[in-house]
Design a protein around this ligand. Sequence first.
Ligand SMILES: NC(=O)c1ccc[n+]([C@@H]2O[C@H](COP(=O)([O-])OP(=O)(O)OC[C@H]3O[C@@H](n4cnc5c(N)ncnc54)[C@H](OP(=O)(O)O)[C@@H]3O)[C@@H](O)[C@H]2O)c1
Length: 296
Amino acid sequence: MKAIQFNSYGGAEKLDLVDIPAPTPQPGEILIRVAAAGVNPIDWKIRSGQMEGMIPVDFPAGTGSDAAGTVTALGEGVIDAVVGESVFGVGRSTYAEEAVLTTWAPVPEGVNVEESAGWGAAVETAVRVIDQLGLVAGQTVLVSGASGSVGTAVVQIAVGRGISVVGTASAPNQDYLASLGAIPVVYGDGLVARVTAEAPSGIDGALHLSGAGVLPDLIEIAGEPSRVLSISDFAALELGAQVSAAASDHRKAWAEAAALPAFRLPVERRFALAEAGAAQEHSAAGHAAGKTIILP
Ligand SMILES: NC(=O)c1ccc[n+]([C@@H]2O[C@H](COP(=O)([O-])OP(=O)(O)OC[C@H]3O[C@@H](n4cnc5c(N)ncnc54)[C@H](OP(=O)(O)O)[C@@H]3O)[C@@H](O)[C@H]2O)c1
């Protein structure tokens, strides 16, 4: 099968299109023929070597953890998947024609298989951070970087739980944020004043998904550091804020999103497998409004 691998850390040019045997699912895993693989920032962070301390890889290394496609084989003990079924989920080396999923679910009704390829990490992260911050119905949360993949899911899950969302994005993404149900605010200088104007009764917590140097503003807006949680800047701990990194219950999170009738995680760009480097560079540019996916 064709797959993407890299042999040393570095830029997108390190990604090679190779021909290798299809992987074998281990007990509790499944093999899928990949219809689409979702691109996440962690993919290019691992490839660049910046995650070596936390997530080291053995070379040659595959890349990608999100995918959707058709089940072709079941690992020992798997009783909740059927060969031929359309599923999405998370696994290993998903930028490939075939890939192993370690956690999966049927593609939700009304969601196409390509879009479901982007659900894996983003939806799980969204539910996890809302839960970790302890947000409940009637409260208001500020989301920094609300138009990205995780942000798109956070806004809709929070609104679905009765939590009001003030979300930051660039000017071109303000209408997009409003369409998801958030009160849109442009990020950058003057953020504290703009958020205060939109939420005069106060902000109960702030989720830092994206945005360099914005944590002090989020802490000022939320009133105290412990009400701020970051998923992208672990130096937040030094400021007294929370961080979140370890995945929790994927299936529970996906089920919550699937139960929201209008939940969407739009596909913004599609790349061929041979264009995996360009796909990761697009993600690394930091302004993807929706999911980037790879079509093997
Ligand atoms: N710790 C974890 O468990 C975990 C899990 C998933 C993701 N993450 C991390 O979370 C981050 C976001 O992931 P993602 O998948 O949502 O990324 P993404 O889809 O690439 O979205 C990035 C978003 O950042 C926004 N942005 C860019 N500059 C900004 C700024 N100065 N202030 C506020 N927002 C800004 C962009 O909005 P505009 O286009 O409007 O500029 C874009 O929508 C990444 O660093 C990723 O590695 C961590």
